[in-house]
Design a protein around this ligand. Sequence first.
Ligand SMILES: [Zn+2]
Length: 213
Amino acid sequence: MPALAEGVARFRRDVFPAKAELYARLATHHDPHALFIGCSDARVVPELLTGAEPGDLFVIRTAGNLVPAHGLAADGVAASIEYAVAVLGVRSIVVCGHSACGAMTALAEGHDLGGAPAVAAWLRHADASRARAANDGGVPALVRENVRAQLANLATHPSVARALAAGEVALHGWVFDIAAGRVEDLTGADDGEGPATPQPRRADRRPTPHPGP
Ligand SMILES: [Zn+2]
């Protein structure tokens, strides 16, 4: 905890003053241009690897960057997706997997999750990912197929389906290689310069401030 408190003090002292103007605007405006769905893994830091500023990304992080398909039960991930797409009007949604993912490793290598029943239950949302991945592809293949499977799950959410049908949102699948510091775009042409540039936010949504959540 001391490290976190020191970090807050450092933010107040070194970071906030330099961004005071930005934060003054953000106090009354919340208009991120992209929804970033990544793994909870501490090594995958969305703002750092995309060069994003505060206010740029609406972020959901789950173990294994899993996105449960649309269902009728109350679901925090679904609520966050709907808020980002239907209320904030993000133009891009990225599902980002990563190398050495603990969740994907547990699945690919058949780890015993008897001592972590909630994890085991949550990872059932990757059943389709496992079905898609070749048995001999190991963790890297599962990471990639999992991103594709979660993009498919994402598209089952009504807000996303509606935005896709209207051409108002684009979906991207990325894999972040921790050792190389490189992002591979599974959904677009890879020109070696990194993933496709997220589109600017919808102009018609921009003037409306959204302070939450
Ligand atoms: Zn992970």
